[in-house]
Design a protein around this ligand. Structure first.
Ligand code: GLP
Length: 247
């Protein structure tokens, strides 16, 4: 697994968008694993442009999001449902509603909802391409340090570090939900192909740990070493100091 420095977020986002686009053109019934967060905003903007310019039929494409905050309604401005509507589904309104899957964070029974979501991903999957961001602490989805490799979709407690990092999207830190419904590491690993993106100085530490080659449950993204088809693209600011050059 090699970490590739693409120099800037624009080019890396365009690359990921092209890969999603190519996947759909190869197979109109593709299953896309989608992520949220600041990292993905330009990916979706580029993806929407490609879809519009090429008038692509997405009616049979199925999408599976990684996670959702507990307690936020689907219309809450910081819910991942709302994020996805804003950046993708409203921009290119030709996806089939029943083919869009995001965990429901305000379900009456969250454990049931997590089980339902896991069973649905396993039954309708596998995902063809999963795009991933990474938390400052190395989390993927909301799988925080210490998460078991066997984990499936479930309710998770967010760490202080994640709450602090994600408070930039809320008015106050108190408003950041303390839990989420998240695909587990084993759910994520069931995707056929994974593309992870990381941009900015704040991700450098997590990417440097990911570059170590040592699998470590305290850096959840290192489970990706076990996946046969992973690509990792970073910008200059997130790139480890030693990119493996022998100089
Ligand atoms: C969030 C999400 C992750 C995301 C990560 C990075 O907490 N659960 O799926 O990849 O943190 O977010 P951002 O791209 O905003 O830095």
């Amino acid at each position: 697994m090699k970490i590739i420095n693409l120099g800037n977020r624009h080019d890396a986002s365009f690359y990921a968008a092209c890969e999603l686009f190519n996947q759909i053109t190869r197979n109109p019934k593709s299953k896309l694993g989608l992520a949220t967060g600041g990292t993905m905003v330009d990916v979706y903007a580029n993806f929407v442009n490609l879809l519009k310019m090429n008038d692509v039929d997405v009616s049979n494409v199925e999408t599976f999001n990684l996670d959702e905050y507990v307690g936020l309604s689907q219309t809450h401005p910081e819910s991942y449902h709302h994020y996805m509507q804003k950046v993708l589904f409203e921009q290119y309104p030709y996806f089939t509603a029943n083919n869009i899957h995001v965990p429901i964070g305000d379900a009456a029974d969250l454990d049931d909802e997590a089980k339902r979501y896991e069973a649905m991903v396993r039954e309708r999957g596998p995902v063809d391409i999963q795009i991933l961001g990474i938390g400052e602490n190395g989390h993927i989805g909301f799988n925080e340090p210490g998460t078991s490799k066997e984990s499936e979709t479930r309710v998770v407690d967010l760490t202080e570090s994640t709450i602090r990092a994600n408070s930039r999207y809320f008015d106050t830190e108190e408003e950041v939900p303390k839990q989420a419904v998240s695909m587990g590491l084993s759910t994520i690993m069931s995707a056929k192909r994974i593309i992870l993106l990381a941009f900015g100085e704040k991700k450098k530490d997590a990417i440097t740990k990911l570059a170590s080659g040592i699998e470590d449950a305290d850096v959840p993204a290192t489970i990706l070493y076990e996946h046969p088809n992973v690509e990792i693209y970073v910008d200059e600011a997130a790139a480890p100091d030693d990119m493996g050059r022998e100089d």
